[in-house]
Design a protein around this ligand. Structure first.
Ligand code: CAA
Length: 303
């Protein structure tokens, strides 16, 4: 029973939310805006994040971590909200890509140390502490992390769960858990090592010292570095560019790239080939190639 009620609420939320959060439509006053404002009270509200739509056709979901007093420390409530919003974004047919960001001071300063302070082994082990944190990695749409300021511990790990990372010039990436007498627990020793190699990851994890945005770029952790006030706009631009393609084929491509982290080269190449063949069962593959031959812009139908 509880499941079906919450499913219905989720459905209602999906239907009304685009009208509520649309950035470009926000100032328009019309019947839709009026309906949206009336429905506002029934829409789920978030305590630790804000959600907007940006970019051409509102095709980019912008999720901003918003727990400024704790530098966006990743408390349980915040992570549950991020997880929920990612599912909503994935199910929203208008959204092509998601940008995840924080404030100019902090993307996220790590797991909430005050929440963790009194946990013991039993609390962690029996109740699967951090198990639900990887919701971002399970969605089909691309997620772009726009990292300004501190991305430490769980904050760095959260950024690494995303598909693309852009950094502001003053960003700092680090795994300082060693200073707290623990180790990274949400992918820091694994995703970081795959991203920048053993020596550099080892150094970061066992010294606890952070690296700058430029170092992160030189080491391949981030794609590009931007002035802090332009960072989100740059990430949205990438989301818009992705939005020009077929959502279906983008999802298949994302799946294939992500397999490179999980499989041997031989297995990965086999999966890639199968996914490549799969695109030949889609309308969008036919349309893309036909449009090229006919010298016109492709009109994808996400099918
Ligand atoms: N958890 C809880 N609260 C945090 C926090 C965190 N990770 N990081 C910062 N805060 C809080 C501070 O306690 C402080 O709150 P009060 O005002 O109530 O005291 C507030 O945010 C502002 O922080 P500072 O006063 O420390 O700000 P600063 O500018 O002097 O320093 C900082 C900034 C260098 C990021 C420093 O806050 C810091 O070192 N934070 C902890 C970073 C860290 O160790 N992260 C790893 C956490 S463990 C983890 O993430 C495990 C995992 O793998 C999942």
């Amino acid at each position: 029973m509880a499941f079906s009620v919450s499913s219905r609420l989720l459905h209602l939320h999906r239907v009304i939310r685009p009208a509520i959060v649309s950035h470009t439509n926000a100032s328009r006053v019309g019947p839709q805006a009026l309906v949206a404002s009336r429905l506002m009270s029934s829409a789920p509200s978030y305590n630790f994040v804000t959600v907007e739509k940006r970019g051409e056709g509102d095709c980019v979901g912008l999720v901003t971590l918003n727990r400024p007093k704790a530098l966006n420390a990743l408390c349980d409530g915040l992570m549950k909200e991020v997880d929920q919003i990612m599912i909503e974004m994935d199910n929203d047919p208008g959204v092509a890509a998601v940008v995840l960001t924080g404030s100019e001071k902090a993307f996220a300063a790590g797991a909430d140390i005050k929440e963790m302070q009194n946990k013991n082994f039993v609390d962690c082990y029996l109740y699967n502490f951090l198990e639900g944190w990887d919701g971002i990695t399970k969605i089909k749409k691309p997620v772009i992390a726009a990292v300004n300021g501190y991305a430490l511990g769980g904050g760095c790990e959260l950024a690494m769960m995303c598909d693309i990372i852009l950094a502001g010039e003053k960003a700092r990436f680090g795994q300082p858990e060693i200073v707290l007498g623990t180790i990274p627990g949400a992918g820091g020793t694994q995703r970081l090592t795959r991203a920048i190699g053993k020596s550099r990851a080892m150094q970061m994890c066992i010294t606890g010292d952070p690296i700058t945005a430029q170092q992160a770029k030189d080491w391949g952790l981030v794609s590009s570095v931007h002035p802090p006030d332009q960072l989100v706009a740059e990430a949205v631009k990438i989301g818009e560019r992705i939005g020009q393609h077929s959502k279906l084929i983008v999802a298949i491509c994302k799946e294939s790239v992500n397999n490179a982290f999980e499989l041997s080269l031989k297995q990965g190449l086999t999966v890639e080939k199968k996914l490549f063949y799969t695109t030949f069962a889609t309308n969008d593959r036919k349309e893309g190639m036909t449009a090229f031959v006919e010298k016109r812009k492709a009109k994808f139908s996400d099918s």
